[in-house]
Design a binder for this molecule. Structure first.
Ligand SMILES: [Fe+2]
Ligand SMILES: [Fe+2]
Length: 331
């Protein structure tokens, strides 16, 4: 699911076994790796790719929900949704800063997103035709994000781990606002309940795909586990998510659209039906319903914001030029 973009294209470094061993020993001792510490090039590149994709996902993730801000059904819903979408923007900025500590520039990352070279979570390439989608996204998509991100609070790379602690707190608010929307709809009129069920039907499988390819297919997993970037495998996290979410669906009186879903007494987890990996791959490749729309919207926002960037730069320059004068006056 990962692309090799401009970022981290240099793989020419040769690292001694001694160096790699010392690094691994630090990781094994659960020491945090900080920006200026020596680190293997592969470790740095894996993190740049992962944190970059994560940042892009937060930013693109603002679009499907931002689409509903002007149409939220009440003032209270509008305030909550506005706050949530703003949080996601903040998460993106946090994460771009964390990636910058690894020697990649914000401009480079932005360029890769806008040109379509960098990936972001495929979940945001699905459309949001009804208000119930906003409920389902908060409940399922933010719910899946939490499941993925809680272990990242213990990631071996310090800046990423610390960013995740705050992000996770905000994600749990997002999950609750989504679930509350679902609860209201599920207890409402027949039509509202139907809307909620329809949203669950459409978002269930894409949410499961958020955990990435199954363990047998995931090429980046083993090394990331060894470096303690990842703490659980994709399939483990997916099953944990299902197990936490099924009772929540039952409470809503909605049914999970998987006829093969079954409680496994031995593992104490739910076993699930076959995931449509062909769909997953198509969406990752750019053939999701909304891929082109999302990139068009991001590019438009970037172009429309050019004057803000220019004004901010001009202002900064003016201030920099003014400083020596102020100092002179003080002398
Ligand atoms: Fe977020
Ligand atoms: Fe969120």
């Amino acid at each position: 699911m990962y692309s090799q973009g401009l970022i981290g294209a240099d793989s020419s470094t040769t690292e001694s076994e001694e160096f790699l061993k010392t690094f691994q020993a630090r990781v094994d001792r659960e020491e945090k790796i900080e920006p200026n510490d020596p680190m293997p090039e592969g470790y740095r590149r894996t993190l740049v790719r992962q944190i970059g994709q994560h940042a892009h996902s937060e930013i693109v993730g603002m679009l499907p929900e931002g689409n509903w801000i002007t149409r939220a059904p009440s003032l209270r819903r509008k305030i909550a949704l506005l706050a949530k979408v703003q949080d996601e923007g903040g998460h993106g900025l946090y994460l771009y800063s964390a990636a910058e500590t690894l020697g990649v520039s914000r401009e480079q990352m932005t360029e890769e997103l806008l040109s379509g070279k960098a990936k972001y979570s495929s979940i945001f390439n699905y459309p949001t035709p009804t208000w119930a989608d906003i409920g389902a996204i908060g409940w399922l998509v933010d719910g899946a994000a939490i499941m993925n991100q809680i272990p990242l609070c213990r990631c071996s790379y310090g800046p990423y781990a610390r960013a995740m602690i705050r992000v996770c707190k905000e994600e749990s608010f997002h999950q609750r606002q989504g679930y509350e929307i679902m609860m209201t709809l599920a207890k409402g009129s027949d039509e509202q309940k139907e809307m909620a069920q329809d949203a669950l039907n459409r978002w269930w499988w894409p949410s499961l795909m958020m955990f990435g390819p199954s363990d047998t297919e995931s090429t980046n997993s083993d090394q990331s586990m060894m470096w303690k970037i990842k703490r659980f495998s994709n399939d483990e996290l997916r099953q944990k998510f299902i197990t936490a979410t099924v009772p929540q669906a039952e409470y809503l009186g909605l049914s999970v659209p998987d006829p093969d879903l079954e409680w496994n007494e031995e593992t104490k987890l739910y076993d699930h039906g076959e995931i449509d990996w062909a769909e997953f791959k198509a969406v990752v490749k750019g053939d999701g319903q909304m891929n082109r729309d999302r990139l068009r919207a991001r590019n438009k926002a970037w172009d429309d914001g050019a004057w803000v960037r220019e004004a901010a730069l001009a202002h900064a320059e003016k201030r920099a030029n003014r400083q020596p004068l102020a100092q002179e006056a003080a002398e």
